[in-house]
Design a protein around this ligand. Structure first.
Ligand SMILES: O=P(O)(O)OC[C@H]1O[C@H](OP(=O)(O)OP(=O)(O)O)[C@H](O)[C@@H]1O
Ligand SMILES: Nc1nc2[nH]cnc2c(=O)[nH]1
Length: 180
């Protein structure tokens, strides 16, 4: 097994680039069908979702817009419990068909804090699309409309996801390697 080192930890291969891309293309095809004629607004949550959002959006062929918002809730491998909006939305959400794009739902804390802010702006519809979901770790349940992969409760890096700021540029997804 080819382990990769990110900062002080080792990670093992989990989802290959090809497997991820196949799922992301499948999701794009589904969204093309579900949102035909609706001119959806994708709202991608930075930083982690930037690669997922780019790959997904590239494969959407319908008329659609994308905007980015930055929140922060994690330090290292544990949640710090604070969710802060650092970059606001610059696109009007009211009466739009909104799709929130997240790289991962872990505890669910981030989206639980952020979604009411979007609902307040009265979108025509609001759906959630995530690359990864850890159901065993979720303490704040979120109704997920589109999910590429359900994964175990293990810390992952790559394809936009970081460990302590690094590893986002790994093209595949890796799981924390536990020795023993
Ligand atoms: O469901 P939760 O337990 O709230 O975890 C999910 C959130 O954690 C990660 O963001 P992070 O705060 O690490 O910021 P980043 O996207 O900039 O890496 C990820 O991108 C999600 O937004
Ligand atoms: N990189 C990374 N960020 C997260 N944020 C919440 N869970 C995770 C995870 O497993 N990996």
């Amino acid at each position: 097994m080819q382990l990769v080192q990110v900062r002080d930890k080792q990670f093992e291969p989990y989802l290959s680039e090809a497997v991820i891309l196949q799922k992301v293309k499948g999701l794009a095809a589904q969204l093309n069908k579900d949102y035909e004629g609706k001119k959806p607004l994708l709202i991608a949550i930075l930083n982690g979702s930037f690669i997922f959002a780019a790959d997904l959006f590239k494969h959407m062929t319908i008329e659609a817009e994308i905007s980015f918002i930055k929140l922060a809730s994690y330090k290292g491998t544990r949640s710090s419990g604070h969710v802060i909006t650092a970059i606001g939305l610059d696109t009007e959400v009211t009466n739009r068909h909104v799709i929130v794009i997240e790289d991962i739902i872990d505890t669910g804390k981030t989206l639980t804090a952020f979604l009411p802010q979007l609902y307040n702006q009265q979108p025509a519809s609001l759906k959630i699309a995530v690359l990864l979901h850890k159901p065993e770790a979720t303490v704040y349940p979120i109704a997920i409309d589109y999910c590429c992969f359900t994964i175990p409760d293990k810390f992952v890096v790559g394809y936009g996801l970081d460990y302590d700021g690094f590893g986002r540029n790994l093209p595949a997804i890796y799981q924390l390697h536990e020795e023993g």
